[in-house]
Write a protein of this length. Structure first.
Length: 149
């Protein structure tokens, strides 16, 4: 049914709530798991109408190394369960990068934990899960995570 599952993570325990579901599904289907953590640029306005990247190359390199180390730990944990796992650390706007990775990797499923924000919090902060639901062509497995789980 599924041969490749993309799991976007942000480093939080709430995002990791999807992992037991993905592990069970990947074991059942024999699917490869692709873990991804996007490094997002945070542009800032320096003068009216002028944007400058907020992250110097050295900081981007540090964030990338930290994301690779984090994903490596998750990869090792899933690997001990007999799963085939790869990791990616793309750079750019989160939703766009998740969609791009899904297309480039030809994934059959995107699996993500929703942080369960609603109302004004979702409007103000935006929602990666909500945006993927609206924009991704691949099927989504979405699990609502809660505090402490």
């Amino acid at each position: 049914m599924y041969s490749k599952i993309l799991v976007p993570l942000d480093g939080s325990p709430r995002a990791e709530a999807i992992l037991p579901h993905v592990a069970a599904l990947a074991q059942t289907c024999g699917a490869e798991v692709v873990l991804a953590q996007v490094i997002e640029p945070q542009p800032k306005v320096t003068t009216p109408g002028e944007l400058m990247p907020a992250l110097p190359v050295a900081v981007i390199n540090e964030l990338t190394a930290a994301a690779e180390a984090y994903l490596s730990c998750i990869k090792d944990s899933l690997g001990r369960q007999g799963l085939r796992v790869r990791t990616l650390v793309p750079y750019g706007p989160v939703v766009e990068q998740i969609i791009a990775v899904a297309e480039q990797e030809k994934v059959d499923l995107i699996a993500i934990a929703s942080h369960g924000r609603g109302g004004l919090a979702q409007l103000f902060y935006g929602s990666v899960a909500s945006a993927l639901l609206q924009r991704a062509d691949q099927p989504l497995l979405m699990v609502r995570s809660r505090d402490g789980r």
